[in-house]
Ligand binder design. Structure first.
Ligand code: AHM
Ligand code: MG
Length: 337
């Protein structure tokens, strides 16, 4: 039974680009915050303090839930209390948050070198109805040498040094990658420890039945290429037969597709002409994990990790899953207007 900390130490050789100490300190913040959120999620039905709206409309123009706000504050506090992160951008905050902007002394080069982008609680519409929700995180090395600025956050996804999610489902599982495979750790709530449960996750190969996950309620508003791809799945053409599954929580849908095999799609719609999901703290981390798990992620035409971000809360169409299935979708997109 490997704990997450032990696993990182045992596999120290695979983290050549950054130090074990830095990684352990980053994970110490992530583990602490996620355990606090796990605890709140688990008593959501019992207290009005957890369920319902906070009364605030966030920068996305969406009604913030009380748990969104709790998760946001918990992660910020947890990162603030360790000398490891210098700035955080969160789905719940208009501007990035500066944690520690002190110019580092030579001997402190390790400290406050990291930039975190986070969706503290994704899939908020599922909070009040006891359906899986998640946290998505993404970590970069800062580029600035003095004051951090927005360019530290607007880095291409292929510069991520760590990405992952925590799914608060029938159990709480933390899944991450530092660019050397994807590994999952399940929380044993009785001792409050994450144990290795999913070593080297990858999209299953040679699985005849695959899943497609998309909100088909928006069908009429989809681009032509997406409509054709859905028809292709329904007619069960090609190498696979398809079945539909859609939770409405990116983390939940991604996690299931990673384990069982399948494609996740959130295209642009008439209501969300640029796509709904946010590039920096939803799509980039999931794209990094998808590629590390032997899959791909794109906006229907371009590789997600190659997109140069222009804005903190930029949206993008998003597709990810096994290479051959995503490529098929891209083929339909290419051949449509
Ligand atoms: P959120 O960050 O406000 O929770 O929105 C993101 C969520 C994703 O988790 C999910 O895949 C998608 O929005 C569901 O959207 P829809 O309800 O339009 O299908
Ligand atoms: Mg979200």
């Amino acid at each position: 039974m490997y704990t997450l900390g032990e696993f990182i130490i045992e596999n120290r050789d695979s983290f050549s680009t950054h130090s074990i100490e830095a990684l352990l300190r980053l994970f110490s913040s992530i583990k602490l915050a996620s355990k606090a959120i796990h605890k709140e999620v688990n008593k959501a039905g019992l207290t009005k303090k957890i369920i319902g709206s906070s009364g605030i409309t966030n920068i996305q123009g969406e009604k913030q839930k009380k748990l969104d706000d709790f998760a946001h504050r918990t992660f910020i506090e947890s990162f603030k209390n360790r000398n490891i992160v210098c700035g955080i951008a969160s789905e719940e905050s208009k501007d990035y948050i500066i944690i520690n902007n002190k110019k580092n002394k030579k001997e402190d080069l390790l400290k406050n070198q990291y930039i975190v982008l986070i969706d503290p609680l994704d899939g908020s519409s599922n909070i009040d109805v006891n359906v899986s929700i998640g946290t998505i995180f993404s970590v970069y090395l800062r580029k600035s040498t003095h004051q951090i600025d927005v360019t530290d956050f607007l880095q291409k996804g292929n510069h991520q040094i760590l990405a992952g999610y925590i799914i608060y489902g029938s159990s709480t599982i933390l899944v991450y990658s530092t660019g050397n495979g994807v590994h999952g750790f399940t929380l044993d709530p009785s001792v409050g420890t994450f144990y290795l449960s999913h070593y080297n996750l990858s999209f299953p190969k040679n699985k005849r039945e695959q899943i497609y996950s998309i909100n088909e309620g928006n069908y009429e508003k989809f681009p032509d290429g997406i409509k054709k791809f859905i028809k292709y799945c329904q007619k069960k053409k090609g190498n696979y037969s398809y079945t539909a599954r859609y939770i409405g929580s990116l983390v939940g849908d991604f996690h299931r597709n990673l384990i069982q095999g399948g494609i996740y799609i959130y295209p642009k719609t008439a209501y969300h002409p640029k796509g709904k999901l946010r590039l920096l703290y939803e799509c980039n981390p999931m794209a990094f994990l998808a590629e590390q798990a032997g899959g791909i992620a794109s906006d229907g035409r371009r590789r997600i990790l190659d997109i140069k971000p222009k804005k903190l809360h930029q949206r993008t169409p998003f597709v990810c899953g096994p290479i051959d299935i995503v490529s098929k979708l891209e083929e339909f997109m290419k051949n449509s207007v």
